[in-house]
Design a protein. Structure first.
Length: 285
């Protein structure tokens, strides 16, 4: 069985000494979150170009600080780093236009779901260094987790640069086997939606049990958020934390008897992750 190679993320390093140029392709929610993280770590906006047909007001305001927004192709030139943060369905169309931005020294970082290193190597010009990464939406508050894999062309220095850029929005893990990325996408990439659904379901269940709907929603939200923060801060694993809050014969045990029964949460989650994994593979083509 393939094994993940874990890399513990150090304290986020400053990007104020970044001497190259960076082009961000796509500034939606995830692209913008990464851009915010880079700027917070000291990256000079004058070293950044953003290609985004519908930029947010926040991105547009950065032009006053030197950021280049949708520069004309006539002035485009090879850049040190290209970060691709677009929907995978439009990848072939968009990446075909990147030739002026990429040369043999460029590092390309892709956060597109499903699009493999092989796909990227085929559609990008030249024999380029590529890091494929899968972040998740808690990146918006600097609490994301990204899993990354590099092609053979990426040098140790380029991997370090990718580490610094990805760690601006949270923890980074590295793997050697790209085949693991589909399951990574299903667990951490899509995982925040599962947690949000848990909060929704808990709120509805509380309302069904007789709580006012708005109170039940507040209780569910605070409980899920607080439990996640507890899991983040302590060294105990999830199973130990669950056992610690479960008294034999108590109310929590009665609920867990339902959730942990055959066909319960474990089976549903296994089926959900399997479905997301299959979809990730399908996106790869």
């Amino acid at each position: 069985m393939a094994k993940a190679v874990t890399q513990t993320t150090p304290a986020r390093a400053s990007l104020s000494d970044f001497t190259g140029t960076l082009t961000l392709i796509g500034a939606g929610k995830m692209g913008s979150a990464m851009l915010d993280g880079w700027l917070a770590l000291g990256l000079d906006p004058a070293k950044v170009a953003v290609i985004e047909p519908e930029p947010s007001a926040e991105v547009a305001r950065l032009v006053a600080r030197g950021l280049a927004l949708n520069p004309p192709s006539a002035v485009s030139r090879a850049t040190s780093v290209v970060v691709i943060a677009i929907k995978p369905q439009i990848a072939s169309e968009v990446l075909a236009d990147l030739t002026p931005l990429v040369d043999a020294s460029t590092l390309v970082i892709s956060i597109m779901a499903g699009r493999t290193l092989d796909f990227l190597a085929r559609v990008l010009p030249g024999n380029v260094a590529i890091v494929r990464a899968m972040p998740n939406t808690p990146a918006a508050i600097g609490r994301g987790i990204s899993v990354a894999v590099a092609n053979a062309r990426a040098t140790p220095l380029q991997r370090d640069l990718a580490q610094g850029l990805l760690s601006a929005v949270g923890v980074v893990e590295w793997i050697d086997d790209e085949a693991l990325m589909d399951a990574v996408t299903a667990v951490s990439g899509s995982g925040p939606a599962y947690v949000f659904l848990l909060a929704e379901s808990l709120a509805r269940a509380g309302a069904t049990a007789g709580l006012p709907a708005d109170l039940s929603a507040r209780l569910a939200r605070a409980t899920v958020a607080g439990s996640g923060e507890l899991l983040h801060r302590v060294e105990l694993d999830a199973a130990t934390l669950r056992r610690n809050v479960t008294s034999p014969g108590g109310t929590t045990a009665a609920a867990l008897d339902v959730l942990m029964a055959e066909g319960g949460l474990d089976q549903l989650m296994t089926e959900a992750v399997a479905a997301a994994t299959r979809r990730s593979r399908a996106l790869a083509g």
